[in-house]
Design a protein around this ligand. Sequence first.
Ligand code: MD6
Ligand code: FE
Length: 216
Amino acid sequence: MELFEARREEGGPTHQSLAPGAMVLRAFAVQHEAALMVDLQKVIEQAPLRHMLTPGGFRMSVAMSNCGALGWVSDRRGYRYDALDPASARRWPAMPASFLALATEAATRAGFAGFRPDACLVNRYQPGARLTLHQDRNERDFAQPIVSVSLGLPAMFLFGGTQRSDKTARVPLFHGDVVVWGGPARLRFHGVLALEDGHHAATGGHRINLTFRCAG
Ligand code: MD6
Ligand code: FE
């Protein structure tokens, strides 16, 4: 698909506004990449990635895990944040310092100083995996933004309006891009198109997304 067009042009803008309250910080996480990948490995050793069930009983194509005081979980009972990993009945791994530093720096850069995430959802996409259009509304305080970090293979992010039926924009996200999303954009519908096959030095045949939230 040519919209995916290999990679971002060198020298392109480093910041890109998507809408009031939403911006992409291009390649912002690349400077932190080595520490992030080491710490990610430790997190998923303690809380392995798994395909959760939707409330309707479907297996999600994206594999997920969490770190931090709270983790996002989905099962037949619904979506919620839980302090315990349902697979182990233990607390989620602590949020690594490298994750926290990246999330707070990105939020500050985007105008949301004071962001203190207590939840980091780890999403792993294999080719064909996608996330249907949704709103993020399980968090307690919609005044807090979400910081979303893309690693590895590129993906096409869909960015809609406040109604599911609103037209969506397509935003390609590449390795190291960080989307900060808050204020008037906080409840916009969004999703991710099916991942294309590929290989990336950092993640092999996958895309990893880390989303940081203030959930509790
Ligand atoms: C993803 N991201 O990029 C999925 N949600 O894999 C999200 O669902 C998301 O990127 C809220 C804010 C930013 C996001
Ligand atoms: Fe989301």
